[in-house]
Design a protein around this ligand. Sequence first.
Ligand code: SLL
Length: 184
Amino acid sequence: NRRIKYLSVAKPIVYGNSAQKLDENSKSVSIPQEHTHLWTVFVKSPTVNGDADLTKFIKKVIFKLHDTYKNPIRTIESPPFQVTESGWGEFEINIKIVFHDGSSEKIVSFYHHLRLHSYYLIPITDQKQLKEFPDQQFKTHKIEEKEGEKIHIDEDKNELSSSFFDEIVFNEPYIDFFQHCLLN
Ligand code: SLL
């Protein structure tokens, strides 16, 4: 089992979070009073095959939440690779992607800023929105992009999402790993 010289394989991923503002109606008994949002942090695939592609090379994804959470280290071993929680504050989530045994690939570790609020955003005019998204369904939707961060706001549903498109690059992968996990 040898490495394939000069070969790089890039796999696209999307990571980020969605968040929903809780109001009195949407608050369930199990959610503490001080919690303002319900959110989900995720790692997923933008490809048509979706998570089926990711599971070919991802063994698990580890999300490290803020220490104010019970069991802050959440290990997800099958798709969807995501954690849903409620809370009151934004913080940095450490995401670690672990590849299949035998791949000899190092863990990929990075941070995502859990976004609950959109207050820092520069308002965009409705005109621009209408031009870009003439579709009715986007009437109350705003999409912003800043430093690679795609922010989607749905005012009707009090929802927001923040996502980043990225890729995982495997340099000179082992032949076995390449054949079993990286070839489509
Ligand atoms: C802040 N630096 O002060 C951040 C910390 C922590 C958010 C935010 C805990 C929820 C729970 C929660 O929402 N933590 O388990 O009660 O804004």
